[in-house]
Design a protein. Structure first.
Length: 82
């Protein structure tokens, strides 16, 4: 999933932290960096560096389709939907 023009980065990373399956950041070279679960330090470092900033473009890969929908709902402004 490619995401563009994120201004509420803290909330995005908080949403990613709640995901049940693995969520990976996909680099421009195709590399994958696990953001949550056992390698949660990566999420802490990334969210800390963007907490007061914005992200022009980010690509995420989801192990679990429900997690992708959770992030999609967040991005669409839909809250508290099961």
């Amino acid at each position: 999933m490619k995401i563009y023009n994120i201004n509420n980065t803290k909330e995005l990373f908080d949403t990613i932290a709640e995901c049940k399956g693995s969520v990976e950041l996909v680099g421009s070279d195709g590399s994958h960096l696990k953001l949550n679960k056992e390698n949660g330090k990566n999420l802490d470092i990334l969210s800390g560096s963007y907490v007061h900033g914005s992200i022009d473009e980010i690509e995420l890969s989801f192990e679990n389709g429900d997690d992708a929908m959770k992030v999609f709902r967040f991005l669409s402004g839909i809250r508290n939907v099961a």
